[in-house]
Design a protein around this ligand. Structure first.
Ligand SMILES: Cc1cc2nc3c(=O)[nH]c(=O)nc-3n(C[C@H](O)[C@H](O)[C@H](O)COP(=O)(O)OP(=O)(O)OC[C@H]3O[C@@H](n4cnc5c(N)ncnc54)[C@H](O)[C@@H]3O)c2cc1C
Length: 407
């Protein structure tokens, strides 16, 4: 490998996924730069809970353990959940996932995005081969046969063997590399907030499917819940404008008073929802990971988990190639990553899109079928447990770093 280049891998975007990749490449022979535009001080988890949280699977948690970030995350705040209850507002269909039934202590964790991102960004520069450039933003990229020339907005510039786009759904790396996407808007927005409820959340992730979209209550460590209410843009705008009491009332009603009265609403935010998939994840000297490669509906809390598995898989491919003295930016090497992850992600994109359509339909036959289907799956214990293990990341073609000590 030529030593004339400044870096072997430059990662554009130190979100949860890009920062995880930097950590996963830590303590190797590869020289890595991680570039993040938002200053660290603005990401630091403060007293108030981040409006954006993620349901983290066991596979993702194992990755955090393997890269040495889990302990710091738990020192901030993580909330385990042991049960999941999903039901349909238009009929009797319901399903209950119980960790004890599949012989696991829990189903996953609810963790604030900022806690995940910050601990990984703190961990990365502690690794001898990783430079964290933050705040810094990529302003121009020039692809060449043997290297990529990367320019930052502060006029720093360098050459790298591989550029990884981990710069989110609107990825500039993807555009600079002329990689197209396919997908569509769901014509929905997700309203998020942190709320208190009259009844304890019981370490359970709750989700009610309304005709306008799913409403989730996710358990937090301090007894509160983080809500994700996917609905029409018009209703989302209406919900954002309501005063606290009226919002609390509409929320409790939409949730069928399952956790009683809702109080103590924090600030609210809303995110437009879409499905988006890059036509290819790789080009010579470029790879895409996380939301830069795929964006899914949040109804099953899989988005960042897919991205974290991209990061673990790409790290494994690059480390194997480097150990075999291969060019880590070559299409031949990068194709292994794409073959591994594009199929897995496509499957999940299809399943989540199918769920979204199934539960969004008001047609009576569809409504009846989905209610029957939910209850039938609930009763078919082996199938239900299989589904749960897959969603928790306990099965499937997992990268080494996500297999844990059992791998
Ligand atoms: C309402 C909602 C709820 C969700 N809930 C869940 C859930 O429960 N579980 C789950 O798994 N997923 C969930 N997701 C999805 C999850 O949030 C995303 O998949 C995840 O944030 C993607 O992470 P990322 O690191 O790929 O991209 P991003 O989070 O978008 O990070 C990209 C980073 O790149 C930086 N950047 C961008 N451009 C540049 C540049 N030119 N130079 C330098 N830096 C740059 C940005 O500052 C940012 O930090 C949810 C999404 C939504 C909208």
């Amino acid at each position: 490998m030529s030593r004339s280049l400044d870096y072997d891998v430059v990662i554009a975007g130190g979100g949860m996924v890009g920062a995880a990749l930097a950590c996963a490449l830590g303590d190797s022979h590869l020289r890595v730069a991680l570039i993040e535009g938002t200053p660290l001080a603005r990401i630091r988890p403060d007293i108030e809970i981040d409006l954006r949280v993620s349901a983290i699977t066991c596979a993702s948690q194992r990755l955090f353990v393997a890269v040495g970030a889990w302990e710091a995350m738990t020192a901030w705040r993580v909330s385990p959940f042991r049960d999941m209850r999903v039901w349909d507002a238009t009929g009797p269909g319901r399903i209950h996932f119980d960790s004890a039934a599949i012989g696991e202590p829990l189903l996953g964790w609810i963790i604030e995005n900022r806690v995940i991102q910050y601990t990984l960004l703190e961990r990365a520069p502690a690794l001898a081969n990783v430079d964290l450039l933050c705040p810094a933003a990529l302003s121009l990229v020039t692809l060449r046969d043997d290297a990529v020339h990367v320019q930052l907005d502060d006029d720093r510039a360098f050459h790298t063997r591989l550029l990884v786009g981990a710069d989110g759904a609107g990825s500039r790396v993807r555009r600079w590399s002329d990689i197209r996407t396919e997908g569509w808007s769901y014509d929905q927005k997700a309203v998020v907030a942190t709320v208190s409820t009259e009844k304890f959340h019981a370490e359970t992730a709750w989700q009610r499917f309304l005709p306008t979209g799913p409403l989730a209550f996710l358990p937090l460590h301090d007894g509160r819940c983080s809500i994700v209410w996917s609905t029409t843009p018009a209703q989302a705008d209406h919900l954002l404008q309501l005063d606290e009491d009226d919002f609390a009332l509409e929320l409790a009603e939409a949730f069928d008073w399952r956790l009683g009265d809702v109080t103590g609403i924090t600030a609210r935010g809303a995110f437009p929802l879409r499905l988006q998939h890059a036509r290819t994840y790789v080009k010579p000297r470029v790879a895409l990971i996380g939301d830069a490669a795929h964006v899914v509906h949040p109804l099953a809390g899989q988005g960042v988990n897919l991205g974290l598995m991209d990061a673990a898989a790409l790290a494994e491919v690059l480390l194997d190639a480097s150990a075999a003295d291969k060019d880590i930016g070559s299409l031949k090497v990068l194709r292994r990553y794409e073959r591994w992850r594009r199929g897995e992600n496509l499957l999940m994109l299809g399943v989540l899109d199918g769920f979204k359509r199934l539960f969004g339909s008001t047609l009576t036959p569809v409504r009846l079928l989905r209610n029957l289907g939910l209850s039938a799956t609930d009763a078919a214990v082996p199938i239900k447990n299989l589904l749960a293990r897959r969603a928790m990341g306990l099965s499937g073609d997992l990268p080494r770093l996500a297999r844990g000590s059992h791998g």
